[in-house]
Each structure stands twice: as structure tokens, then as C-alpha cells.
Design a protein around this ligand. Structure first.
Ligand code: ZN
Length: 109
């Protein structure tokens, strides 16, 4: 039996009805990025002021961040200099994208 073509809106509603809803994102503080983390990262960046991958010094457009070498979600330790490295935001984004699939070894240490 032939069916009438559906409108774009109908197709979207149909697609969304079966879509898997994402779990609500946990707050930053519950993921371990609390006031203590900010103090720790500020001190760490003062002592390690360049990105370990591209040697960028950080600026307004591409600031430096402290990265967990082994992510907390994979059992990495927090506030631990041996599990910390300085990355610029761009390198940190690249690392985060690739970690989802296969992980990236640190270039530090
Ligand atoms: Zn970098």
C-alpha cells in the first residue's frame, strides 16, 4: 500500500521519538573540578607554563589548562602532579576527542 510522503517536520518528530536521550551532565564540582582544583591548577600552571605538546605559552584565545594524563573517569588521580600536564585548550580538545576512542599517551615524563 503506497504511503504519502512525510513532511520534514513529521520526519524530525519521528526521528526524535526514537532518539536516545542523553543523561544529564554532572556539574563541574561533582566531576572533581572544585575550588581546590582551581587552586591546584593555578599553582601547577605557574610552575609549568607551556603546553607539553605544542610549547604554546597560552594566551586569551588559547589559554593553558591542566590536563589529567589518565582521565578521572578512567581511574586517574586528582591533585597529583604525576597525573597532570599542561596543555593549551586546542591540544586538550584534540586529546579529549581521541581519548573517547583509543586514549593518547602523554608526551610528558
Ligand atoms: Zn598545545
Amino acid at each position: 500500500m503506497p504511503t504519502t510522503p512525510k513532511s520534514y517536520a513529521q520526519l524530525c518528530r519521528q526521528a526524535n521519538a526514537g532518539a536516545v536521550k542523553q543523561a544529564p551532565r554532572v556539574s563541574r564540582s561533582k566531576r572533581g573540578y572544585d575550588r581546590r582544583w582551581y587552586k591546584y591548577s593555578k599553582l601547577y600552571l605557574a610552575r609549568n607554563p607551556t603546553c607539553v605538546r605544542c610549547f604554546h605559552w597560552g594566551d586569551r584565545d588559547n589559554p593553558l589548562v591542566v590536563d589529567h594524563i589518565v582521565p578521572l573517569s578512567q581511574g586517574g588521580t586528582n591533585y597529583d602532579p604525576s597525573n597532570s600536564q599542561t596543555l593549551c585548550r586546542r591540544c586538550n580538545s584534540v586529546k579529549a576527542r581521541t581519548e573517547d576512542h583509543r586514549g593518547v599517551p602523554s608526551l610528558q615524563g
